[in-house]
Design a protein. Structure first.
Length: 356
């Protein structure tokens, strides 16, 4: 790895109690270029703009994918990654689906650890705080030709993060728009998936909702995801979540919630969820909770579901009664080294660059 440390650190300007998630970037980034059929050297360099033109193929033809993950700092200042091998596996699945070259485990994991280590001072401590990390791959070849590109960049950037949603939100069950279609790229974290979701979400916001529960493209009879999250439904004391597929992303937080629920002895059913069953459960009082999970949000509890012009209110449970909140607390405690890690998910980031 080639390391170029910044001579102008901005850490003195960073207020961990007052910052904007997604707009505040740490001092460094990782970049690595692909050309002539192979990846070059991984470089840790000062964060900043790169030279590209509007003819870059990633912009014109959409060859771009990314991951979302976090680093956490415990009360003693130790820094941890959470299940980074899952993100490594998934970015390569996304790259393969978009006909882009896979990255190596060394590039991904060593790059992550080096970046988090050198900028560990940017990781805010405290409840709900973390460092949000964005690995990505995109086509950089300068050519207006609708084909697989010959040049790519792998990069990792990061931004300090705090709690995303602090209050329950209302969501609209989609009866027209879908996030993904059979045979499409729904199971990849393709950049275009998010662009396609913005307009339907904007329409839902205009109707008074904060997000959408996406339904299947063929019939709109089954839950798939919610916004940029995997979705969970609790009927009585059983948790339901749709199985992953070529339309539903294999979320790391989703898998963690399932395993943590089973550890607590909570019944989890991974099976298709019918919209009509959820609506009926709301009417007969057996629907206890609906929530979304994802890296950025961890957990977002829903307070109402919009369906066929009606707003179906959900129970307001205490934190002790809520499976969503209980499992979120279990996960965050594990991530931030406040509890034991029986799964081996927590990865300590050593001080590997102290002498560099």
């Amino acid at each position: 790895m080639i390391i170029q440390k910044t001579e102008n650190s901005r850490i003195s300007t960073f207020d961990p109690n007052n910052f904007s998630f997604g707009n505040t970037f740490i001092d460094h980034m990782i970049i690595c270029e692909y050309e002539d059929g192979k990846w070059g050297d991984v470089k840790l360099v000062p964060y900043g703009p790169l030279a590209f033109t509007p003819a870059m193929m990633g912009v014109n033809y959409g060859q771009a994918c990314f991951e979302g993950m976090k680093a956490y700092k415990d009360k003693d200042g130790q820094v941890f990654l959470f299940r980074p091998e899952k993100n490594f596996e998934r970015i390569n699945k996304s790259a393969t689906r978009l006909a882009m070259p896979e990255v190596t485990e060394e590039m991904f994991l060593d790059g992550l650890k080096a970046l988090v280590d050198i900028d560990r001072d940017w990781i805010p401590q405290g409840e709900g705080n973390s460092l949000y990390i964005r690995p990505l791959i995109f086509a950089t070849e300068e050519a207006l030709k609708a084909r697989v590109a010959n040049k790519y960049m792998f990069a990792i950037v990061a931004t300090p993060a705090k709690m995303y949603y602090t209050e329950p939100v209302s969501v609209k069950i989609s009866d027209h728009y879908s996030r993904a279609a059979s045979g499409g790229v729904g199971s990849a974290k393709a950049a275009g998936n998010y662009a396609a979701s913005f307009y339907p979400t904007q329409l839902a916001i205009e109707e008074g909702y904060e997000q959408i529960i996406w339904t299947d493209d063929a019939t709109h009879e089954y839950f798939e995801e919610s916004g940029t999250m995997n979705v969970f439904v609790r009927i009585n004391d059983t948790i339901f979540t749709p199985p992953t597929s070529e339309k539903i992303l294999d979320g790391v937080t989703r898998d963690s919630f399932i395993q943590l629920a089973k550890k607590r002895g909570i019944e989890v059913k991974v099976e298709p969820i019918k919209v009509k069953d959820v609506v009926e459960a709301q009417k007969n009082g057996t629907l206890k909770e609906v929530w979304g999970v994802g890296t950025a949000v961890v957990t977002t509890v829903f307070q109402a579901l919009g369906y066929n012009g009606d707003k179906l209110e959900l129970p307001r449970l205490s934190d002790e009664e809520s499976f969503a909140v209980t499992l979120k607390n279990d996960l965050v405690d594990l991530q931030t080294n406040l509890s034991e890690d029986p799964f081996g998910w927590r990865v300590l980031v050593d001080h590997v660059l102290e002498t560099v």
